[in-house]
Design a protein around this ligand. Structure first.
Ligand SMILES: Cc1ncc(COP(=O)(O)O)c(C=O)c1O
Length: 390
């Protein structure tokens, strides 16, 4: 192997940061077979369990029969199919917005949307803990990046007084993917209005889960009208794949003309579009309400049990429940020990989270049973004590 590549890999390994994949056999259900053994899945974003829902599978299969397996081209070439327009119409009415545009993934959405909105001479105010795809989008845009301390809207207000010039964009995860807390959207909306800025939220982890009908974080906090770009994904609670921007008709046209990840990439295939459409419909039904209730009840039980046992859990109330360990090496030991006892929870290390804040990130599903979670809590406490984490 090339020596510099070998050295780099050694260096990553020595810092306890080497990553590898684990093979899951079968479907993404609450219990999965991981590298040959059955384990409880505690790190999937399939929060409502829709990834193996029969309605999504049936819609997907029917779409392949009717429309085939590929869209064949970028949307602006020959790749806009009826299902793209039907899905975007459904998302617009779900999010109570004028229109929506589908993207191939959340990462593609963020790296496409942000450079379409801002460029040289503009400023982006970005929460320090925003998702990597937002950071990538800002870097691609060449706008000036001003990072503000996590959820600290007083600091953001001071930074905006000082730096807001040209076009300003405030961008934030709505539910923080590694911390599980919700952004102060009411205050962000107030600052956006005061400075005539644009406000974009990434609701990858709120869509389907929070707010009435699962409409997301902006609906929960009553600020839908103030958020210019509600980005969300189909690959998490919605059990499918891809992403959307829910926006005004004018902004949709701008994105369609400027977002390079939209323009220069083959569009989502019929099977995926149909599954997403079925999911958007399903989350607004009584079945969707029931799944959310189960998820929230599971979340409360799990969060309270770990907090009572003395673990360090960042403030929050969502289905993302991190235990902050600190050291990357101990985090991975914790994760390995849990796997040996039948629990699959992912260790999260830098650069995904800041140095010294490595953590186990647990995610709850509506389809976990109380017995699953009680057994998990017992093992997490026992192993956590053995490793000196609690
Ligand atoms: C907050 C956030 N935004 C964007 C993404 C990227 O979405 P996707 O997985 O669809 O690329 C993720 C996770 O993957 C995320 O957690």
């Amino acid at each position: 192997m090339n020596r510099t590549v070998q050295n780099e890999l050694e260096d990553i390994k020595n810092r306890g940061l080497l990553r590898s994949t684990r093979l899951i056999s079968g479907r993404q259900t609450a219990h999965v077979t991981c590298n040959g053994s059955e384990v409880l899945l505690l790190c999937s974003n399939n929060y409502l369990g829709l990834a193996d829902h029969p309605a999504l599978a049936a819609a997907s299969i029917a779409a392949i029969r009717q429309y085939g397996t590929s869209s064949g081209a970028s949307r602006l070439v020959s790749g806009t199919m009826e299902l793209h327009e039907r899905l975007e119409g459904a998302v617009a009415s779900f999010k109570k917005c004028e229109s929506a545009l589908a993207f191939n993934s959340g990462h593609a959405a963020n790296t496409g949307i942000i450079p379409a909105l801002v460029g040289r001479g503009d400023v982006v105010f970005s929460d320090r803990l925003n998702h990597a795809s937002i950071v990538d989008g800002i870097l691609l845009s060449r706008a000036r990046l001003v990072r503000y301390p996590h959820n600290d809207f007083s600091s953001l207000a001071a930074l905006m007084e000082k730096h807001a010039t040209g076009r300003s964009l405030i961008v934030s995860d709505a539910v923080f993917s590694m911390d599980g807390d919700v952004a102060p959207l009411v205050e962000l909306a107030r600052l956006k209005r005061r400075h005539g800025a644009l406000l974009m939220i990434d609701d990858a982890h709120g869509c389907g889960v929070l707010g009435e009908g699962g409409r997301g974080s902006a609906e929960l906090l009553g600020v839908g009208g103030d958020v210019d770009i509600q980005m969300g994904t189909f690959g998490k609670a919605l059990g499918s794949f891809g992403a959307y921007a829910a926006v005004s008709a004018e902004l949709r046209e701008l994105l369609l003309n400027r977002a390079r990840s939209f323009i220069f990439s083959t569009s989502l295939p019929p099977s995926v579009l149909a599954a997403s459409l079925a999911a958007v419909e399903l989350v607004q039904t009584p079945e969707g309400d029931l799944l959310r209730e189960q998820l929230h009840a599971n979340t409360r039980f799990f969060r309270n049990s770990l907090a009572e046992a003395g673990f360090r859990i960042p403030d929050g109330s969502t289905q993302i429940v991190p235990i902050v360990v600190g050291s990357a090496v101990t985090t991975m030991q914790f994760s390995e020990a849990l796997l040996e006892e039948g629990l699959f929870a992912q260790g999260i290390r830098p650069p995904t989270v800041p140095d010294g804040t490595s953590r186990l990130r647990f995610t709850l599903m509506a389809t976990h049973t109380r017995a699953d979670l009680a057994g998990a809590v017992e093992r997490i406490c026992r192993i956590g004590r053995r490793l000196g984490v609690v």
